[in-house]
Write a protein of this length. Sequence first.
Length: 221
Amino acid sequence: MEKASAALLATDYFKTEELCQKAITKARRARDFERLSRIVLPLQEARRQRRHEAFDTGYRQVLSKLADLKKPHAAGVYLLRPPIIGVDARIVRDAAQRKKVPIAVLAREPRTAAGMWPLVLTVPERSIRIQVAAPVADEDAPPTAEWFMASIEALGDAAIKSLNPKDPAQFRVDDLLEFIDALPEHEKLHQRLTDECRIAMHEPEPEEERFRGYRGPEGSF
């Protein structure tokens, strides 16, 4: 955290994010939710600045080919559309992260019969989806920056609403860690993570391991 704070003061936002992610992994393994909640603050600030840098370029692009994922990308905002799938957003984001190029990424699925665009946030074992009105007639034309910002907010808000209030807080912490990894541009996800960490600090360890797969009838495979 000391290194992350120093990197943040030096405006090295990519280094700050890298150090914070390492610290978060260690804190979660140790069930140190108090320290985890404090690590989220510099992470959120680094990502806020990186998001500003991406949007401030004014560059917006639609990617529709898997081959495009292998090309170097300019700083800016990207929309992935079919046949590219939602999970590929992570590939684009990780490639930019390694090259220290500030970008923001959204992924959408095929247009519905009603003409809506399903936006998807993909995390292990599940996906969060919302439907928005198609903002442009040409599917290869990039939407406005305002549309991108509003869509990021709406998708992150849907992820927050998907949290189960009956779960132990540390389960919600784990969900939020996945969400902020898949949608790092959403600030309220980070804020909610801080809140859930503070609740988890005062809860006992859950007695049973979490089961998130399919639980069929007794005796089934």
